[in-house]
Design a protein around this ligand. Structure first.
Ligand SMILES: Nc1nc2c(ncn2[C@@H]2O[C@H](COP(=O)(O)OP(=O)(O)OP(=O)(O)O)[C@@H](O)[C@H]2O)c(=O)[nH]1
Ligand SMILES: [Mg+2]
Length: 267
């Protein structure tokens, strides 16, 4: 009887230790990564000021390629539009749907002069007519490869099914392009706190070998989990000084074209 009691105590203690380690690790990571370190421009960004600007079927119909853009990318149904609405505190800003493939155009939302958030069409959804899919996936590929003002990418993955092949293709491409990444593990309200933290750690571990500028955060549009951290990072990106691409010395525009997304990502 005494032995059983002591076994149970030991077991409780071990569980407590595991949670403590996860908590301390996460706090250390947040402290290290979520403080603002880069120089800011004079533009103070409030994501709540986002306003719909336009929807474009391809990059030629987008606003001029100047200032700074932060794009939301991920598989269909990952929660991109929902995250945009949560971060901007505007329920109806981006269209949400239970049916994957809802966002088929490049949707632009201006948050300040020359500072934009971009809701991209989702990838990896099989059940759309091939021609349609080709068209909108081409727009997505072109946007990522050619848009000079893209300075940060928010990659959204359902926390229950992260790091699928297409996600890894995108992450690898962004790492090769030296593009800052914020990985949001969405719908985390569907997991217990313990499983959520374990999943965040495992994704961080899987991405560590890339040695890239990647932050990983559990996120729930429903419960606002991770909203503050994501907001700080995105505002940080948008508050940087924008480069002037028209200046000859800054017109390195071919550099980005050299890093081509894998073909299976675009079709
Ligand atoms: N429980 C839960 N459901 C969510 C969350 N975020 C999104 N969803 C649901 O997931 C579904 C897809 O959300 P969207 O925001 O439309 O996903 P999307 O990535 O924009 O999808 P596409 O435009 O098709 O690429 C909707 O039914 C949302 O209500 C979340 O944080 N928690
Ligand atoms: Mg969408």
């Amino acid at each position: 009887m005494e032995k059983k009691k002591s076994d149970k105590k030991n077991c409780d203690f071990t569980v407590l230790c595991i949670f403590l380690i996860i908590f301390v690790e996460e706090k250390r990571y947040n402290d290290e990564n979520f403080k603002r370190v880069k120089p800011l421009s004079s533009t103070k960004i409030h994501l709540t000021k986002a306003a719909f600007t336009l929807s474009a079927p391809d990059i030629r119909r987008l606003p001029a390629d100047s200032g700074i853009e932060v794009a939301f990318a991920g598989r269909s149904n990952a929660g991109k539009s929902s995250a945009l609405n949560t971060l901007t505190n505007q329920r109806g800003l981006a269209r949400i749907s239970k049916t994957p493939g809802r966002t088929q155009l490049i949707n632009v939302f201006e948050v300040a002069e020359d500072r934009r958030l971009i809701d991209l069409p989702g990838y990896g959804f099989a059940k759309v007519p091939l021609e349609m899919k080709k068209k909108w996936q081409k727009a997505l590929g072109e946007y990522l490869e050619k848009r000079q003002c893209l300075k940060g990418i928010v990659i959204l993955m359902d926390i229950r099914h992260p790091l699928k092949d297409l996600d890894m293709d995108l992450i690898q491409w962004a790492a090769d392009s030296e593009l800052a990444m914020l990985v949001l593990l969405t719908k985390c309200d569907k997991l217990s706190q313990g499983k959520r933290s374990a999943e965040v750690l495992s994704v961080k571990k899987a991405l560590a070998p890339l040695n890239a500028d990647i932050r990983v955060q559990a996120f729930s549009s429903l419960k606002y989990t991770g909203k503050e951290q994501a907001d700080a990072i995105i505002c940080d990106w948008l508050e940087q000084e924008a480069e002037d691409y028209d200046l000859p010395e800054a017109a390195d525009s071919d550099d980005k074209d050299e890093n081509i997304l894998p073909e299976n990502f675009q079709n």
